[in-house]
Design a protein around this ligand. Structure first.
Ligand SMILES: [Zn+2]
Length: 253
């Protein structure tokens, strides 16, 4: 099992390096498929042996081989995080490669993309939410993962929750990206887990804001990239939603 976990970690790290490239290339409007890796400063081609996730960063001591510009620490960190997330997903599925494991590994990857894009660029792009939501909706019907009623109610609540805020604030608090991310969450989580994910996102968001305000890293007027908390909430609920609901209810008794 340790060996299997290690293999899954390595696969996750490779996916993580792709995720980083995907986020950056999407923002810079560069081609994504069949593009060779280049240094973002000197544009030198990066050979395969300098492009091994996590490992190469330390071999190169965090600098580009040709121009010596420091490589952002974010690259090995994202690679390691996706590696760990894959292991978490593997653990939740008892380390057996099932369609559900593949689905959750794919969703975890997607959520990291949403997280990073919102964190760095303050935007939630449709291509990372709406299109996967449509694919997942039909895959869920085919594999019997969720009923159309559960997903329908999830979409209504997820999208409706943000749409209501959009209307109330006349578009000041919420953008269209949040509404579509809400619909995506509805498909992924269904009823009643969508509620759990929203609650989780707001709780973590509030706690992080309090900490950041306390250490004066943040002003009251700063905008929070809320998509990052929604991505976290979706990931946690996707794997442990049932237990989370039991846990919340434990407080009410
Ligand atoms: Zn360079």
């Amino acid at each position: 099992m340790f060996f299997f976990g290690f293999i899954i970690f390595l696969i996750g790290a490779v996916v993580g390096s792709f995720v980083d490239a995907l986020v950056w290339r999407t923002k810079e409007r560069l081609p994504i498929v069949f593009a060779r890796s280049i240094c973002t400063t000197c544009h030198a081609m990066i050979s395969w042996f300098d492009n091994i996730p996590i490992f190469s960063f330390f071999i190169l001591r965090g600098r580009c081989r040709s121009c010596q510009t420091p490589i952002a620490f974010r690259y090995p960190i994202v690679e390691a995080i996706v590696g760990v997330l894959f292991v978490v997903v593997g653990y939740a599925h008892r380390f057996s490669v099932t369609p559900e494991f593949i689905r959750d590994a794919f969703l975890a990857t997607l959520l990291v993309v949403v997280f990073l894009y919102d964190f760095f660029y303050g935007e939630i792009l449709d291509r990372f939410t709406t299109i996967p939501a449509i694919i997942l909706f039909f895959a869920s019907l085919v594999f019997g993962w969720a009923t159309p009623q559960s997903m329908g109610l999830g979409i209504a609540l997820g999208a409706g929750f943000f749409f209501a805020q959009f209307i109330v604030s006349k578009g000041r608090w919420i953008g269209g990206g949040d509404i579509r991310l809400g619909a995506f969450m509805g498909v992924v989580l269904g009823w009643p887990n969508i509620l759990s994910a929203l609650f989780f996102a707001y709780t973590v968001g509030a706690l992080v804001s309090i900490v950041l305000l306390a250490v004066k890293k943040k002003k009251m007027t700063d905008e929070t990239p809320f998509g990052t908390y929604l991505a976290l909430g979706t990931f946690a609920t996707m794997l442990y939603g049932d237990r989370m609901i039991a846990w919340y209810l434990g407080f009410l008794r």
